[in-house]
Design a protein around this ligand. Structure first.
Ligand code: C2E
Ligand code: CA
Ligand code: CA
Ligand code: CA
Length: 279
């Protein structure tokens, strides 16, 4: 502990103040990036496990830097949530996605549901969904063009309140998907009471599904549970042929992961849609 020029003690080490400065700089850069519309949607395809047809895609935010490289969403999404920048950021991303879906449709491409990640904060904000329905109407698109992915943590604190929000979204036709399944708490007791249509098995379970009998038993159990609740099942983070064939054997509906397709920009996804649409 040293004294600064005003005689106050400095409680932070050099290293910590560096981290604080970095965080402040990141927040300033993020604000600028959000307001300049620099952050763009990339799309990761999801395939039917058996037929290999494209059955969906997930929107993942990408922040390209002018000096090259990208800031990963793992770094800026939590900050965007803390600072409230998540709201303008998601409006910008979703606007870009809806415009893109509209153009794909104009071209006559068949477009499977596009999944967006909606954070716990946004679920509680009625304004976001009002805005979303207004934008869908603007493009002449129905709600069925989207899937809304929500993580378990979204309903940890005020389950009853969040359940009523999800019920009313489901009534309006929103296709709800539970993300990162198995990584949160109390998933089983909550799951049966919520109007989900899809369950995404977290990569943590997929990574050893072909190697460990225990992981295999867990994935089998999740798929059986999903069947009983009439949920579609997507496995995330599929990286190998052997994981894919194990998931196929276990009866998983669809798969998403680097082995099948990385997150890609709109132009690359357009090529994929054209390839899958043409006979
Ligand atoms: P998530 O929703 O679980 O997204 C899946 C993450 O797994 C993505 O990371 C994706 O690039 C990565 N991934 C996909 N396939 C594989 C694979 O085969 N192997 C491995 N190792 N990873 C794979 P990403 O893009 O870095 O996103 C991280 C998280 O940031 C997402 O996790 C999501 O929670 C959040 N996020 C991303 N975009 C948005 C957004 O637009 N809005 C919100 N609210 N959150 C977002
Ligand atoms: Ca997700
Ligand atoms: Ca996930
Ligand atoms: Ca995740």
């Amino acid at each position: 502990v040293r004294k600064d020029p005003d005689g106050r003690f400095e409680f932070y080490s050099e290293e910590m103040s560096r981290a604080v400065l970095d965080a402040v700089a990141l927040e300033k850069d993020l604000k600028e990036a959000v307001h300049n519309g620099v952050i763009v949607p990339h799309y990761q395809p999801q395939f039917d496990t058996v037929s290999g047809s494209l059955r969906g895609m997930e929107v993942l935010a990408r922040w390209p830097l002018t000096q090259g490289g990208m800031v990963s969403p793992g770094r800026f999404i939590p900050l965007a949530e803390e600072t409230g920048l998540i709201h303008p950021l998601m409006e910008h991303l979703v606007e870009a996605v809806l415009g893109q879906v509209w153009r794909w449709r104009q071209e006559g491409l068949s477009v499977p549901p596009v999944a967006i990640n909606v954070s716990a904060h946004q679920i509680r904000r009625q304004g976001f969904f009002d805005w979303l329905f207004e934008r869908l109407a603007h493009y002449g698109l129905g709600i069925e063009v989207l899937t809304v992915e929500i993580t378990e943590s979204a309903f940890l604190l005020d389950f009853v309140h969040v359940r009523s929000i999800l019920d009313s979204l489901a009534e309006k036709g929103v296709r709800l998907s539970i993300d990162d399944f198995g990584t949160g708490y109390s998933s089983l007791s909550y799951l049966s009471q919520l109007p989900f249509r899809e369950l995404k098995i977290d990569r943590a379970f997929v990574s050893e599904v072909d190697l460990s009998r225990r992981q295999q038993a867990v994935v089998k159990g999740i798929i059986e549970l999903a069947r009983a609740l009439e949920l579609e099942v997507v496995a995330e983070g599929v990286e190998t042929e052997s994981q894919l064939s194990e998931l196929n054997a276990l009866g998983c509906d669809s798969v998403q992961g680097f082995y099948l397709g990385r997150p890609m920009d709109a132009a690359a996804l357009t090529d994929l849609l054209r390839a899958m649409t043409s006979p």
